[in-house]
Design a protein around this ligand. Structure first.
Ligand SMILES: NC(=O)c1ccc[n+]([C@@H]2O[C@H](COP(=O)([O-])OP(=O)(O)OC[C@H]3O[C@@H](n4cnc5c(N)ncnc54)[C@H](OP(=O)(O)O)[C@@H]3O)[C@@H](O)[C@H]2O)c1
Length: 212
């Protein structure tokens, strides 16, 4: 490829290059110099190697820090978004700053070693899906889409890939949106592996700047 469309900083963490394995040791981490990392991303953009640059897993605070020195603001913040972790505060900031939220794990990453069944197993989502003649996955994806986020859902199953695309041409009712808004919130991908007494984040509170 001569260029990539979108290049993202995956985590607000820097580690030595090479293979790494949790739990991390003092040797694995290097300080996260956000400004230096972003300058390098901007350089990739200037060189024409990437069309757009962005970040992932940035809290409101980290985004604001980044915006204070960025000459090219991030186009995207790719973060967990699903009915169990709705990201209202972050979405408000991103809208105000013109940053597109890209929703990962929109189904709660069920079936992965770190994911949860709390989204796909939600009674509220099951009720709504049943009454609409849709699947729980479709209700989730439609809800994310209605927030104005772009979304990445993953399936290795062709029928489910087709199901996941079938979220246009119908919508949730206001009552259904209200019910989803009332679902208790809990971040699923907390990324405890990046918390270490040796690393830049000594607690989950520090990693997510309290937005957890
Ligand atoms: N930037 C980041 O830090 C970050 C972090 C996490 C994830 N991501 C990205 O986000 C994307 C999606 O997230 P994810 O894989 O974590 O979670 P996800 O899309 O919420 O969930 C994937 C799981 O849901 C199942 N599934 C998919 N469609 C389904 C359907 N219609 N009905 C029932 N089950 C269904 C899949 O199983 P089957 O394959 O059997 O269908 C798989 O087990 C991935 O591309 C991933 O790389 C990014």
């Amino acid at each position: 490829m001569e260029y990539v469309d979108l290049y993202l900083v995956h985590w607000p963490v820097s580690m030595k290059p090479g293979r790494y394995k949790a739990p991390f040791t003092a040797d694995d981490f290097v300080p996260f110099d956000m400004q230096a990392v972003w300058e390098a991303m901007e350089e990739c953009h200037r060189l024409g190697l990437v069309k757009s640059i962005g970040v992932c897993n940035f809290s409101c605070k980290k985004l604001q820090d980044l915006l204070s020195f960025a000459t090219i603001p991030p186009a995207v913040n790719q973060v967990e978004v699903n009915p169990v972790w709705q990201q209202r505060k972050l979405r408000e900031l991103c809208r105000e700053k013109g940053i597109q939220i890209c929703a990962y794990s929109p189904l709660g990453a069920s079936g992965t070693h770190w994911g949860s069944d709390s989204v796909m197993g939600s009674d509220i989502l099951h009720d709504i899906a049943k009454s609409k003649g849709k699947t729980v996955a479709q209700v989730c994806l439609r809800w994310v889409y209605e927030q104005g986020d772009c979304l990445i859902v993953k399936s290795f199953d062709e029928a489910r890939m087709r199901e996941n695309l079938d979220i246009v041409g119908w919508e949730l009712t206001e009552e259904e949106r209200q019910r989803i808004a009332g679902i208790p919130q809990r971040k699923i991908n907390r990324a405890l592996r990046f918390v270490s007494e040796h690393g830049p984040y000594k607690s989950l509170e520090e990693l997510w700047d309290g937005e957890i």
